[in-house]
Design a protein around this ligand. Sequence first.
Ligand code: HEM
Length: 144
Amino acid sequence: MRHLLFLHLLGASVWVGGHLVLLFGVLPKALRQRDPQPVRNFEQIYERIGIPALLIQIVTGLWMASLWLPHAQWFGATPAAQLIQAKLVLLGLTAALGVHARLALIPKLDAQRLPQLGAHIVLITLTAVAFVWVGAGFRFGGLF
Ligand code: HEM
């Protein structure tokens, strides 16, 4: 469990940290200059680290969830089950945002669509931070 949690926290650092850098460090400059290139450059470098980090989150997260509760109880009403459900909802949102960005936004990215990409980056960063909030809930026995 300790090694799983260690990997989970390492992956969380990369996933959340990367998106915060993108949102606060890269996006404002791109919007100011009306140029999507800085975002593209960042994505190109970050992708190689971010996607493996997300995969690690999924594997270690599901693994720890099955240590917290047997699968049959994941959809019950206990606090741990609700936290697992919240993680799965966030994972669904992350996947939907990712697919939408890859298929609909990034291929046709230009100056005009940059604000749309910006809104998207805000949403994915919020889901990343929400993952951490929900994660901390396991230690405190609930979402709030
Ligand atoms: C990018 C995605 C994710 C991030 C950033 C994230 C982040 C975190 C953080 C910060 C914790 C707190 C650990 C602690 O209390 O010390 C945590 C715990 C946990 N996460 Fe995630 N998580 C992510 C995805 C997932 C997924 C997909 C699942 C699958 C259901 C999951 C399941 C868990 C579980 C079961 C714990 C409790 C571990 C424990 O303390 O026993 N996580 N997560």
